[in-house]
Write a protein that binds this ligand. Structure first.
Ligand code: FES
Length: 290
């Protein structure tokens, strides 16, 4: 698998000035946690709504007018394309501004950018999703994508955790996957509370207990650096080779299209060559970050 194995450029990308955003309108806002919201968006222009396509795992640059723009992965699935979703944690000026917007507000949208997950490579495989905190967001687009095309894939294991029950994102999705008999959904928290009757334990330790087979399998990992750092060795112990592990990287970005150099790690640009990489592609670059 090469860095450009799944390069995708939608015809939707604006011709001419690539930095010119399309206008999207916020249709709905869901409070996920005390600092995280999911925004449902749709394009103002009906024609664009009809033309827009993307791959699970791709991202876009979203702008709050007068404030700036930032990259967010599209967290909804292309199999459910009547609107787009992004899940945003409040961490800075732009995300604070986004959180202050209400239903009906307009934001800028440039994209979709990046490669996305290699569906052709995943076809026929057993899939092991390992997510932590808001890192479920990019996985979620792919999970719905494979659940909506269930007969193309083998077993689906999802191991997802957060620091506490209050930090669990997308609880409505966790419930849906928990009720789906074709999915093995395992939810855990680092520390429970008096109402939590579920599993307690760090994601890598729970992954080791669940011990999904590496045979004909691909693991897709996304979460905070500390979780990622401890998850890769567990997957190795379970028999997953670096080629059988995918992850999606997050970096500061400016242009989103491989021109400004802001997002490089080693000799790769996350925006242009990723954000989805196999562990084999990045393991020599990311040891200092993870
Ligand atoms: S964000 Fe400009 S090169 Fe990646």
């Amino acid at each position: 698998m090469t860095a450009t194995h799944i390069s995708h450029r939608s015809k939707f990308l604006a011709e001419g000035n690539v930095y010119l955003p399309h206008i999207a309108v916020i249709d709905k806002i869901i409070d996920e946690t005390y600092d995280t919201k999911t925004f449902h968006l749709n394009f103002k222009d009906d024609k664009l709504r009809g033309e827009f396509t993307f791959n699970s795992g791709q991202f876009a640059l979203f702008s709050v007018f007068g404030i700036g723009e930032a990259p967010f992965v599209i967290s909804s699935s292309p199999t459910r394309s009547d609107h787009l979703e992004i899940t945003v944690r409040r961490v800075g000026r732009l995300t604070n501004a986004l959180h202050r917007l209400g239903v009906g507000a307009e934001v800028g949208f440039r994209g979709p950018y990046g490669n996305g997950f290699p569906l052709d490579l995943l076809n026929g495989k057993n899939l092991v999703f390992v997510g932590g905190g808001i890192g479920l967001t990019p996985l979620r687009s792919l999970i719905w994508n494979v659940v909506d095309n269930r007969d193309k894939y083998g077993n689906i294991d999802i191991i997802y955790g957060a620091r506490s029950p209050a930090d669990l994102c997308l609880k409505y999705d966790l419930e849906a996957w928990n009720e789906d008999e074709t999915v093995n959904m395992v939810t855990t928290v680092d520390k429970g509370d008096e109402d939590w009757a579920g599993r307690v334990g760090f994601v890598p330790a729970v992954l080791e207990q669940v011990a999904p087979s590496a045979i004909n399998a691909v693991a897709i990992v996304c979460g905070p650096p500390i979780m990622i750092r401890f998850t890769f060795p567990v997957l190795g112990k379970l028999g997953f080779s670096p080629e059988q592990i995918l992850t999606t990287l997050e970096k500061r970005m400016k242009c989103g299209i491989g021109k400004c150099g802001r997002c490089n790690i080693g000799n790769i640009y996350v925006c242009r060559d990723g954000p989805v990489f196999s562990y084999a592609q990045i393991k020599d670059f990311i040891s200092s970050e993870y």
